[in-house]
Design a protein around this ligand. Sequence first.
Ligand SMILES: [Zn+2]
Length: 65
Amino acid sequence: MPLRQFASMADFIVFQCPQTGMNVQTHLEKQPKLERRSFEAFSCPACTRVHFIDLASGQPMKRER
Ligand SMILES: [Zn+2]
């Protein structure tokens, strides 16, 4: 079976909301083969804020303060 068939199965990113600590499932597909970092804005249902998700790693962008 070609690998492509597995890849087409949605591999949605689940991340931990940095505000609430809840695991949140997104509608964003993980793209581990991205050559460059690509962040996608996602409206978080847990905290209602917008997080920027790294599509390659599936991790939210952390803000240093
Ligand atoms: Zn959140």
